[in-house]
Design a protein around this ligand. Structure first.
Ligand code: HEC
Ligand code: HEC
Length: 218
């Protein structure tokens, strides 16, 4: 009898732990989709937008030439970054988020198929958001910045000093980019010819177009 109770208890407890683990992985998947895909790709194979666009980009495939193998090493790399290419996340993510995304990476390496299924939920949302960003960009921004963002839109002949920025060369941090798009040039000490979009576009739309603009970078 006690035995049965003990087994039932252990069973429930392990289900409970599995549950907590799954919740953590799910949070990790969300962080990964929002912060890491740009460089490490949707499934960790390194085919993110940046490495695909920039020649001689360092290896971002998380499955080969593994330097950070243990959970502790992954947490340390994500916290502190590696040289200028892998950014440190300690100021942007909480300790819990860093631990969750580290668990997700380990899970991805150990049980790739299940982890990818978990990631899909978030990365497909991201893709939809990038597509939305593209539509916004092409309808609202390309008149000045050009379809490819090179600053050569039709209005660039009229707007000079400064002309519409060449966004493929922009190195603005995401937060500053979000601000200039939301508030316009003048509010951030730049030209008033960069209009504010905060009243026309929702925060989600501005996030989407900001992410899209980042994919135009050389
Ligand atoms: C701007 C591009 C970029 C972003 C964004 C980025 N990484 Fe990286 N990451 C790199 C590069 C480049 C390396 C390889 C650095 C090296 O070894 O020179 C790397 C390496 C790593 C490694 C070590 C891989 C190994 O060899 O074991 C881990 C783990 C990692 N990144 C996790 C993450 C996580 C988690 C995120 C999101 C929170 C993230 N990265 C976001 C570029 C990026
Ligand atoms: C009427 C023309 C015009 C339109 C439309 C326009 N921009 Fe701009 N944008 C500018 C000009 C001009 C600048 C340069 C401002 C400066 O340097 O002072 C600029 C600068 C920027 C910058 C700063 C880049 C950097 O690195 O300095 C970003 C980002 C940007 N625009 C994004 C957008 C987005 C996204 C949209 C559409 C939602 C948009 N712009 C629509 C004219 C425009």
């Amino acid at each position: 009898m006690t035995h049965t109770v003990a087994i039932a208890f252990t069973f429930t407890l392990s289900l409970f732990c599995l549950d907590i683990y799954a919740v953590g992985l799910d949070r990790g998947a969300k962080v990964y989709a929002e912060r890491c895909v740009l460089c490490h790709g949707n499934t960790g194979t390194g085919d993110g937008y940046l490495p695909l666009r920039i020649n001689d980009y360092p290896e971002t495939n998380l499955f080969i030439k593994i330097k950070a193998a243990s959970r502790k090493q992954v947490i340390s790399v994500v916290t502190k970054g590696v040289n200028q290419n892998m950014p440190p996340w300690e100021d942007e993510l909480s300790l819990l988020e860093i631990a969750d995304v580290a668990d997700l990476i380990i899970y991805l390496r150990e049980d790739t198929e299940s982890a990818v299924a978990m990631l899909n939920k978030y990365t497909s949302k991201l893709l939809r958001s990038l597509e939305e960003g593209k539509v916004i960009f092409e309808t609202r921004c390309s008149l000045c910045h050009g379809m490819g963002g090179k600053g050569d839109g039709r209005l660039s002949k009229l707007i000079t000093q400064p002309s519409p920025a060449n966004l493929t060369q922009s190195r603005l941090l995401r937060a500053s980019m979000f601000d200039i798009i939301t508030l316009g040039g003048q509010a951030v000490g730049r030209s008033s010819k960069m209009p504010p979009w905060g009243e026309v576009l929702s925060v989600n739309e501005i996030n989407a177009v900001t992410d899209y603009v980042k994919t135009l970078r050389d």
